[in-house]
Design a protein around this ligand. Structure first.
Ligand SMILES: Nc1ncnc2c1ncn2[C@@H]1O[C@H](COP(=O)(O)OP(=O)(O)OP(=O)(O)O)[C@@H](O)[C@H]1O
Ligand SMILES: [Mg+2]
Length: 390
């Protein structure tokens, strides 16, 4: 049977009847016409950010999302997901702001029959639980020297625990600077451990996006998330990678937007919000002066003195799984210019590996001196251009 269709579009009936003929015997009506009952409509749907289905290898962390305004999110979500039929554990994808970013459906109210997203459906974005530091607990006793950093760190911990006593004098943005391996990251972790607060550690380079606008929105999302988990610390390592002096930004034009949005966030933070930014860099002199001025204090992490090297060697040696017979004085005298990391990684660690390889029963001063001399002669042989990686 052939029937002429009427009133299926704004076009005139005459026009339609001449253009469109459908054999309704071939139509599976039950398939194409769905009757929506009011009890099918979901009242509330709880969504959890689930990330992208795939990601390039060079994208280090899944992005975090948060809602800026509940009413706005409601309107936005209704517009793109209206009419979808969903069930618990389904994924629905954002199409506009973060295309292909998935949300997992965690809960639907009412529970059993409702499956369709309607105009009245309320969307609730579930925030992931507060992120506790993932590293092992680090205490201030694990840090040798760096007294200026430790006393500031203790103030920050006090503030994060009792923000009300600080009022407008709350610490806000602090800059750690110094050569590689001098304890900047270690100190930031010790603060987070002592304060037991949320800790967001990012490398500057991970905040640079692949597309225009990505970097700015990553910074914005980072600060929004930290605020929603306050009290919180944002630790931005390798700050110079995004906060280069303007004189160098022509070379790295892609970072201008990241630097600008970081400035905006640092300016916009109210002390009452309980978010502290700690920036870290090896190259203070390359930092943009505008960015630098936003940090209330610059804390220097110098190369350790002989006494500090002595104390570090003593501290690190406590964890050596072998008997030791080490003249710490001699070793500290012979390691001038070595950072804490160098002592830990290039001396003590190598000595432990040597002991395992050579089945030594005892790690002695001679074993360490041999490693030091070897390292010095390697340095002489192949001295790289200085500061190439800083
Ligand atoms: N002052 C210190 N006291 C005790 N250990 C230290 C100290 N400085 C460095 N170390 C040792 O070196 C390791 C590396 O230090 P850390 O990662 O904090 O350096 P960094 O200053 O952040 O370096 P980079 O600038 O390269 O990021 C620490 O985990 C610790 O084992
Ligand atoms: Mg570091």
């Amino acid at each position: 049977m052939v029937k002429k269709l009427k009133n299926i579009s704004p076009m005139g009936e005459k026009e339609i009847s001449s253009n469109l003929e459908i054999n309704i015997d071939e139509l599976d009506i039950s398939d194409s016409i769905k009757i929506i009952h009011s009890e099918d409509i979901i009242k509330k749907v709880f969504l959890a950010p689930a990330g992208y289905p795939i990601k390039p290898f060079d994208v280090p962390n899944p992005i975090q999302v948060s809602v800026t305004d509940n009413n706005l999110f409601q309107a936005y979500a209704t517009e793109q997901w209206l009419g979808l039929s969903v069930k618990i554990n389904d994924y629905i994808f954002d199409q506009l702001i973060i295309p292909d970013f998935a949300f997992k459906i965690k809960k639907i109210i009412p529970k059993n029959k409702a499956h369709r997203i309607g105009a009245e459906t309320k969307f609730i974005l579930i925030q992931p639980p507060i992120r506790k530091p993932k590293f092992k607990h680090i205490s201030f006793e694990d840090i040798i020297g760096n007294e200026q950093a430790i006393s500031k760190a203790k103030i920050i911990v006090e503030y994060l625990k009792n923000p009300e006593i600080f009022g407008e004098w709350a610490p806000k943005n602090i800059l750690f600077h110094g050569p590689p391996g001098t304890g900047k990251t270690l100190t930031a972790k010790a603060i987070a451990s002592a304060a037991k607060c949320a800790f967001f550690a990012k490398k500057g380079t991970s905040l640079i996006g692949n597309h225009v606008g990505d970097g700015a929105s990553k910074i914005h999302a980072l600060y929004n998330e930290a605020k929603s988990h306050a009290p919180a610390i944002i630790f931005i390592d390798e700050l110079d990678s995004i906060g280069l002096s303007r004189a160098f930004q022509n070379v790295r034009g892609d970072v201008i937007e990241v630097a600008a949005s970081l400035l905006a966030e640092l300016d916009g933070l109210e002390t009452s919000e309980g978010v502290i930014t700690i920036g870290a860099t090896n190259t203070l002199q390359l930092l943009d002066s505008g960015l630098r001025s936003r940090f209330e204090e610059e804390i220097d992490f110098p190369i350790p003195t002989e006494k500090e090297r002595f104390d570090m060697l003593e501290l690190f040696s406590k964890k050596i799984p072998f008997e030791i017979d080490i003249d710490f004085k001699k070793i500290s005298k012979n390691t001038e210019g070595w950072s804490g990391r160098a002592l830990h990684e290039k001396l003590i660690k190598i000595s432990v590996h040597k002991a395992i390889q050579q089945e030594l029963k005892l790690i002695t001063t001679d074993v360490l001196m041999e490693i030091i001399n070897q390292s010095k002669s390697n340095d002489k042989e192949q001295k790289p251009p200085s500061n190439i990686f800083t």
